[in-house]
Design a binder for this molecule. Structure first.
Ligand code: FEO
Length: 163
Protein backbone atom coordinates (compact mmCIF):
# COMPACT_ATOMS: atom_id res chain seq x y z
CA UNK A 1 0.00 0.00 0.00
CA UNK A 2 1.12 3.53 -0.71
CA UNK A 3 2.73 5.19 2.28
CA UNK A 4 0.79 8.42 1.77
CA UNK A 5 -2.48 6.66 2.52
CA UNK A 6 -0.94 4.93 5.55
CA UNK A 7 0.29 8.28 6.89
CA UNK A 8 -3.09 9.94 6.25
CA UNK A 9 -4.93 7.11 8.00
CA UNK A 10 -2.60 7.29 10.99
CA UNK A 11 -3.18 11.04 11.19
CA UNK A 12 -6.92 10.43 10.99
CA UNK A 13 -6.67 7.92 13.84
CA UNK A 14 -5.12 10.69 15.91
CA UNK A 15 -7.75 13.22 14.75
CA UNK A 16 -10.57 10.95 15.90
CA UNK A 17 -9.01 10.67 19.37
CA UNK A 18 -8.48 14.43 19.30
CA UNK A 19 -12.20 14.85 18.50
CA UNK A 20 -13.03 12.63 21.50
CA UNK A 21 -10.82 14.80 23.67
CA UNK A 22 -12.54 17.95 22.40
CA UNK A 23 -15.95 16.51 23.16
CA UNK A 24 -14.86 15.54 26.66
CA UNK A 25 -13.93 19.22 27.01
CA UNK A 26 -17.45 20.14 25.89
CA UNK A 27 -18.90 17.69 28.45
CA UNK A 28 -16.84 19.32 31.20
CA UNK A 29 -18.13 22.75 30.14
CA UNK A 30 -21.73 21.55 30.46
CA UNK A 31 -21.11 19.68 33.71
CA UNK A 32 -19.81 22.90 35.19
CA UNK A 33 -23.07 24.57 34.19
CA UNK A 34 -25.15 21.80 35.77
CA UNK A 35 -26.41 20.66 32.36
CA UNK A 36 -25.90 16.94 32.74
CA UNK A 37 -28.00 16.10 29.67
CA UNK A 38 -25.77 18.11 27.34
CA UNK A 39 -22.77 16.62 29.08
CA UNK A 40 -24.10 13.11 28.52
CA UNK A 41 -24.67 13.86 24.84
CA UNK A 42 -21.06 14.90 24.37
CA UNK A 43 -19.74 12.02 26.45
CA UNK A 44 -21.55 9.61 24.12
CA UNK A 45 -20.16 11.57 21.18
CA UNK A 46 -16.65 11.20 22.60
CA UNK A 47 -17.16 7.43 22.85
CA UNK A 48 -18.23 7.33 19.21
CA UNK A 49 -15.11 9.23 18.19
CA UNK A 50 -12.96 6.65 19.97
CA UNK A 51 -14.81 3.94 18.06
CA UNK A 52 -14.04 5.77 14.81
CA UNK A 53 -10.36 5.84 15.78
CA UNK A 54 -10.39 2.12 16.49
CA UNK A 55 -12.09 1.37 13.17
CA UNK A 56 -9.09 2.98 11.48
CA UNK A 57 -6.76 1.07 13.78
CA UNK A 58 -8.44 -2.21 12.82
CA UNK A 59 -8.31 -1.37 9.12
CA UNK A 60 -4.58 -0.60 9.28
CA UNK A 61 -4.04 -3.93 11.06
CA UNK A 62 -6.08 -5.80 8.48
CA UNK A 63 -4.09 -4.38 5.59
CA UNK A 64 -0.86 -5.02 7.46
CA UNK A 65 0.21 -1.41 7.78
CA UNK A 66 2.03 0.13 10.75
CA UNK A 67 0.11 1.92 13.48
CA UNK A 68 1.74 5.17 14.47
CA UNK A 69 0.33 6.74 17.60
CA UNK A 70 0.74 10.48 17.28
CA UNK A 71 0.43 12.82 20.27
CA UNK A 72 -3.07 14.08 21.09
CA UNK A 73 -3.00 17.82 21.71
CA UNK A 74 -5.09 19.50 24.39
CA UNK A 75 -8.31 21.05 23.06
CA UNK A 76 -7.53 24.48 21.67
CA UNK A 77 -11.05 25.85 22.00
CA UNK A 78 -11.98 28.50 24.50
CA UNK A 79 -15.52 27.58 25.51
CA UNK A 80 -17.60 30.65 26.35
CA UNK A 81 -21.31 30.02 26.01
CA UNK A 82 -23.73 27.29 24.96
CA UNK A 83 -24.43 28.57 21.48
CA UNK A 84 -20.74 29.02 20.74
CA UNK A 85 -19.95 25.48 21.96
CA UNK A 86 -22.68 23.97 19.78
CA UNK A 87 -21.36 25.89 16.78
CA UNK A 88 -17.81 24.75 17.51
CA UNK A 89 -19.15 21.19 17.44
CA UNK A 90 -20.46 21.74 13.92
CA UNK A 91 -17.25 23.46 12.81
CA UNK A 92 -15.23 20.58 14.16
CA UNK A 93 -17.33 18.03 12.28
CA UNK A 94 -16.95 20.03 9.06
CA UNK A 95 -13.20 20.01 9.62
CA UNK A 96 -13.25 16.21 10.07
CA UNK A 97 -15.35 15.82 6.92
CA UNK A 98 -12.67 17.79 5.06
CA UNK A 99 -9.96 15.45 6.33
CA UNK A 100 -11.89 12.33 5.35
CA UNK A 101 -12.53 13.84 1.91
CA UNK A 102 -8.81 14.44 1.44
CA UNK A 103 -8.01 10.80 2.22
CA UNK A 104 -10.77 9.66 -0.12
CA UNK A 105 -9.42 11.80 -2.96
CA UNK A 106 -5.93 10.42 -2.33
CA UNK A 107 -7.27 6.85 -2.39
CA UNK A 108 -9.00 7.58 -5.67
CA UNK A 109 -5.81 9.04 -7.13
CA UNK A 110 -3.93 5.90 -6.16
CA UNK A 111 -6.73 3.61 -7.30
CA UNK A 112 -6.82 2.17 -3.81
CA UNK A 113 -10.33 0.80 -3.96
CA UNK A 114 -10.15 -1.02 -0.63
CA UNK A 115 -9.47 2.23 1.20
CA UNK A 116 -12.14 4.05 -0.80
CA UNK A 117 -14.63 1.38 0.18
CA UNK A 118 -13.50 1.58 3.82
CA UNK A 119 -13.91 5.36 3.85
CA UNK A 120 -17.45 5.27 2.51
CA UNK A 121 -18.70 4.39 5.99
CA UNK A 122 -16.96 7.49 7.35
CA UNK A 123 -18.47 9.70 4.67
CA UNK A 124 -21.98 8.54 5.62
CA UNK A 125 -21.12 9.00 9.28
CA UNK A 126 -19.88 12.56 8.69
CA UNK A 127 -23.12 13.42 6.92
CA UNK A 128 -25.02 12.27 10.02
CA UNK A 129 -22.68 14.00 12.45
CA UNK A 130 -22.92 17.33 10.67
CA UNK A 131 -26.68 16.90 10.51
CA UNK A 132 -27.01 16.23 14.26
CA UNK A 133 -24.74 19.18 15.08
CA UNK A 134 -26.98 21.44 12.94
CA UNK A 135 -30.14 20.07 14.59
CA UNK A 136 -28.68 20.81 18.02
CA UNK A 137 -27.97 24.42 17.06
CA UNK A 138 -31.51 24.80 15.72
CA UNK A 139 -33.10 23.23 18.78
CA UNK A 140 -31.10 25.44 21.08
CA UNK A 141 -31.97 28.61 19.20
CA UNK A 142 -35.66 27.63 19.03
CA UNK A 143 -36.16 26.29 22.55
CA UNK A 144 -33.03 26.55 24.68
CA UNK A 145 -32.90 30.24 25.38
CA UNK A 146 -35.50 30.26 28.15
CA UNK A 147 -34.74 28.49 31.45
CA UNK A 148 -37.73 26.16 30.99
CA UNK A 149 -36.80 25.37 27.40
CA UNK A 150 -33.20 24.72 28.39
CA UNK A 151 -34.33 22.38 31.16
CA UNK A 152 -36.45 20.33 28.75
CA UNK A 153 -33.73 20.29 26.10
CA UNK A 154 -31.16 19.17 28.66
CA UNK A 155 -33.42 16.29 29.69
CA UNK A 156 -33.90 15.29 26.06
CA UNK A 157 -30.18 15.35 25.38
CA UNK A 158 -29.56 13.17 28.41
CA UNK A 159 -31.51 10.37 26.77
CA UNK A 160 -28.84 9.83 24.12
CA UNK A 161 -27.34 6.41 24.42
CA UNK A 162 -24.42 4.74 22.70
CA UNK A 163 -25.24 3.13 19.38
FE1 FEO B 1 -15.40 10.85 13.92
FE2 FEO B 1 -17.22 13.23 14.56
O1 FEO B 1 -15.97 12.46 13.42
Amino acid sequence: MNRTITALLNTQLQKEFEAAYNYIGFAAFFDKKGLSGFSKWYRVQAEEEKEHAMKIYDYLCRINQPIELLPIPAPKYKLENIEQVLKLGLEHEEYITGLITTIYIQAEKEQDFFTKNFLEWFIREQFEEEESAKILIEKYSNFGITPQGLYILDREMGTRSAR
